[in-house]
Design a protein around this ligand. Structure first.
Ligand SMILES: [Zn+2]
Ligand SMILES: [Zn+2]
Ligand SMILES: [Zn+2]
Length: 114
């Protein structure tokens, strides 16, 4: 577990969009300005590590506003979204990689069915 600066509020601990009130605490970090991510983690491709769902005022559903996502194991660029994490037509998180922009490389097992 690594502690990083909260991407959604940029470490300020205050809701960046003043949705409730000017002093509303950040819903992602609870006002501490810091969030924990499980390593190894990479920058969230879908929100470009901003923690904000693109073109909205809500938290990114891929990284939950942290700006970083955990990836376990070796990864390669997602062929579905070309690493952007976004479905081109709909603007929704890529269904293949879930918005991370990378997919876990599975062990290639040679299986023969007789
Ligand atoms: Zn925050
Ligand atoms: Zn994100
Ligand atoms: Zn993808």
């Amino acid at each position: 577990m690594k502690e990083i600066k909260c991407a959604f509020c940029k470490g300020k601990g205050i809701d960046p969009f003043d949705l409730l009130s000017k002093l509303a605490t950040c819903q992602v970090c609870g006002g501490t300005g810091k969030v924990g991510v499980v390593e190894p983690a990479i920058k969230c491709a879908f929100c470009k590590a901003t923690g904000v769902y693109p073109y909205t005022r809500v938290t990114c559903t891929v990284c939950n506003g942290k700006g970083m996502v955990t990836v376990e194991g070796a990864t390669e660029e997602c062929s579905g979204c070309k690493g952007t994490g976004t479905t081109k037509d709909s603007g929704l998180p890529c269904i293949i990689c879930g918005g991370k922009g990378v997919v876990i490389i599975r062990m290639r097992e040679e299986v023969y069915y007789g």
